[in-house]
Design a protein around this ligand. Structure first.
Ligand SMILES: [Zn+2]
Length: 377
């Protein structure tokens, strides 16, 4: 039923088009033309101008051939770097890049699988409900495309994002994340001559960090300080230190509480760092840039979309495991906008590295599962 040569060629063609985040124009052109061949109509939002990308998010609509609630399929067209001159190489049924770039199976394996499923639906005249395919830009840079997607253009209230590794996982749960950047300002002074007149911003940061709970906090919560920058020379008491970190949790209350605690520790250490120079009190200070990176998602195991997927998988003896993810993706944003959406594996592996790979046979299997899901939807 699935045409392994066609999906293989489709994938090779897509990955040979470079599409790092913000530079998706060529890929968007290819997709417009490819989906037109499949009889889809296109609507675009206005994300490009809003986020400074070359392309909008593309939404393709395929008319239903039977009545029913529309189903959304989603994937992203951008890739991480290095992605200049990607050359897909197929050896023994496995695609890899020629070596110096990523492959872009993340997420072009997903797009190729969607296209193959649509080819098969038409070829076999399989009756299906109306389909919407949302292909976003700038997923890899903070889900920017999805965050600026014009949701009034989507009718579906249930969907599947094709965007996780392996082929047997269905992600129904993913954490929310907060990200912060704190700038600590101390007081500069010559470290050897008059250290009494200085307040070390590095020391304030160190004291605060040493009191923080970091790493895995519990089974659903993590925290990390990922960047620390400060100081100019060994003989200068450092005036400015920047700390950047993140907190993730599947539980929104824990996320807010841990974020509050971590920021409070920095505030306390800044507050106690004060000196007196010639009768004048000098205090440290700080500025905080805190934002919600993405909201959490949690699709109930009894939810209709999961019943649909597990039912279709059982019908074709496809082993699936329902799991939680450790990070956010477009699906977090789709769920936050009222679309019940889970994430399917695409067969891609070792993503975000030059060793990235995908087996053609795994793409074939996922396309087969997709056809069955759409047939049952
Ligand atoms: Zn991805």
């Amino acid at each position: 039923m699935i045409n392994s040569e066609r999906i293989s060629n489709e994938f090779a063609q897509q990955t040979a088009i470079d599409s790092p985040s913000f530079k998706e124009a060529a890929m968007a052109d290819y997709l417009r033309q490819r989906f037109a061949q499949l009889g889809a109509t296109l609507v675009e939002d206005r994300a490009a101008d809003q986020i400074g990308s070359q392309s909008n998010n593309l939404i393709f609509r395929i008319a239903g051939t039977k009545p029913g609630k529309p189903l959304l399929l989603s994937a992203h067209m951008d890739t991480v770097g290095p992605a200049e001159g990607v050359e897909p190489v197929l050896i023994d049924g496995v695609f890899r890049s020629a070596g110096n770039t990523i492959l872009g199976a993340d997420d072009k394996a997903g797009i190729a699988e969607i296209i193959e499923a649509l080819e098969v639906l038409a070829e076999q005249e399989i009756a299906h409900v109306p389909l919407e395919v949302a292909i976003t830009v700038c997923e890899e840079v903070g889900l920017l495309g999805a965050k600026h997607l014009d949701f009034s253009l989507l009718n579906a209230k249930r969907g599947i994002a094709l965007d996780t590794t392996g082929i047997s996982d269905v992600i129904h749960k993913a954490p929310a994340a907060n990200r912060f950047k704190v700038k600590i300002i101390g007081q500069e002074a010559h470290a050897g001559v008059i250290p009494e007149n200085g307040i070390s911003s590095i020391q304030i940061a160190a004291k605060a960090i040493s009191r923080m709970q970091l790493g895995r906090i519990d089974e659903e919560t993590t925290a990390n300080i990922g960047i620390i920058k400060g100081g100019q020379a060994t003989n200068i008491i450092p005036r400015q230190t920047i700390l950047e970190g993140e907190i993730r949790s599947h539980n929104p209350d824990k996320l807010q509480e841990l974020t509050r605690q971590i920021i409070a520790l920095i505030e306390e250490e800044v507050e106690t760092a004060r000196i007196s120079v010639d009768g004048t009190e000098i205090k440290a200070s700080m500025s905080l840039d805190l934002h919600e990176e993405y909201p959490s998602m949690h699709v109930d195991k009894q939810a209709e979309i999961l019943q649909l997927i597990t039912g279709a998988a059982e019908a074709i003896n496809f082993p699936l495991h329902i799991k939680a993810a450790g990070g956010g993706s477009d699906a977090n944003i789709l769920n936050a906008h009222g679309i019940q959406c889970v994430i399917l594996g695409t067969g891609m592996n070792k993503v975000h590295s030059v060793e990235e790979e995908v087996r053609v046979e795994d793409m074939v299997q996922i396309a087969r599962l997709l056809v069955e899901i759409i047939r049952c939807a």
